[in-house]
Design a protein around this ligand. Structure first.
Ligand code: ADP
Ligand code: MG
Length: 323
């Protein structure tokens, strides 16, 4: 006997504890009622994951749940916001209880880790699509924006880049890097770590920031355009995981492998620009922060190796509507 949408909401989403004092009314009414603390700006982001577009069709449901929230938390992290609440618009081809239990498990694993409350949503039937909206706060006027980078600023990225793009090739069966690296790379694709704590620390010190969802080059370019500046990116400084470094050593064309780092999607690391003094005096973060380049006055992005040679492959980003 298939369950109704009301049973789905009650069993898998409303039943999860995760109460917050600032939720006056959560799931169950026509809309949620929330108390925004005084002296803050409310920060909102929404991101949709479409099956077959944003994740391969065989992705485990617990990873889909985790990632749907993670990519939104990454947007809040990039603004330097503290996340508080989220809503979930779920479109399902069928009411599969095993799938729902696993999906909700992954979703709430990350929500609980950040003290977030699910405050509402929508449940419909159709091709598998997961839309999450997340809300958080920054002290009024203090959000970290894309605009604001200044010539001379240090360009930094958190964590390592390129793993998820490689993980996608593993998931699609295009490459096989052996069990250990395959698992690591797929985990980086399916369970990105939103850099929330790093975003909070960097908000107070950085001039500009963005999260890397479409590759370092594509997202850094957005930041440069917003700031009316350019940058020099040091290819040899890009922080790579051990798994990616092994791949690079085996790759027949080094430039093509590096282009994957620059334009591959789904890293969900942060890219920030800081004055050199601010960079030197940063407190320890919960993730490594690596200097990868310098902001320059001349517009455009120049990707150079340590010999001053420019990358032969022009990195692009994923475009949904490109012809
Ligand atoms: P309405 O017809 O008024 O939009 P719904 O039946 O869509 O009401 O939703 C009923 C309640 O359940 C609302 O509070 C809504 O926010 C919540 N809700 C619906 N789907 C979800 C979901 N997938 N996750 C969390 N809450 C949900
Ligand atoms: Mg509704």
């Amino acid at each position: 006997m298939p369950i109704s949408e009301f049973d789905i909401i009650a069993r898998y989403f409303a039943a999860h504890p995760g109460r917050r004092e600032d939720v006056v009314l959560g799931i169950g009414d026509d809309a949620a009622l929330l108390q925004v603390p005084p002296g803050v700006d409310l920060v909102l982001a929404v991101d949709t994951l479409v099956s077959g577009v944003h994740f391969p069709t065989g992705t485990p449901p617990q990873d889909i749940g985790y990632k749907a929230l993670a990519v939104n938390l990454s947007d809040l992290a990039a603004m330097g916001a503290v996340p508080a609440w989220f809503s979930l618009a779920l479109t399902l081809p069928e009411a599969d209880e095993d799938w729902l239990a696993r999906f909700a498990g992954g979703l709430f694993e990350l929500a609980d880790a950040h003290g977030l409350a699910l405050i509402g949503g929508d449940t419909t039937r159709g091709p598998l699509t997961v839309s999450v909206q997340v809300a958080g706060f920054v002290p009024r006027g203090s959000a970290l924006r894309r605009a604001g980078a200044r010539p001379g600023d240090v360009v930094c990225v958190t964590g390592t880049v390129g793993d998820a793009a490689l993980g996608l090739q593993v998931a699609q069966g295009k490459i096989d890097r052996g069990n250990g690296d395959n698992a690591f790379l797929c985990n980086r694709l399916n369970r990105p770590t939103p850099r929330v704590a790093a975003g909070l620390a960097l908000r107070k010190r950085a001039h500009a920031g963005i999260d890397i969802s479409d590759g370092v080059a594509a997202d850094l370019q957005h930041l440069l355009e917003a700031g009316g500046v350019g940058a020099r990116l040091e290819l040899d400084a890009l922080p790579l995981s051990d798994a990616f470094t092994r791949y690079l050593a085996d790759a027949p064309e080094r430039d093509r492998a590096l282009a994957l780092v620059l334009s591959g999607g789904d890293d969900y690391e942060l890219c920030v620009c800081l004055a050199p003094e601010a960079y030197e005096s940063l407190p320890a973060l919960d993730v490594p922060l690596t200097r990868v380049g310098t902001i320059e006055a001349a517009p455009g992005l120049r990707c150079l190796d340590s010999a001053g040679r420019e990358l032969a492959v022009v990195p692009g980003g994923y475009r949904h509507f490109a012809t």
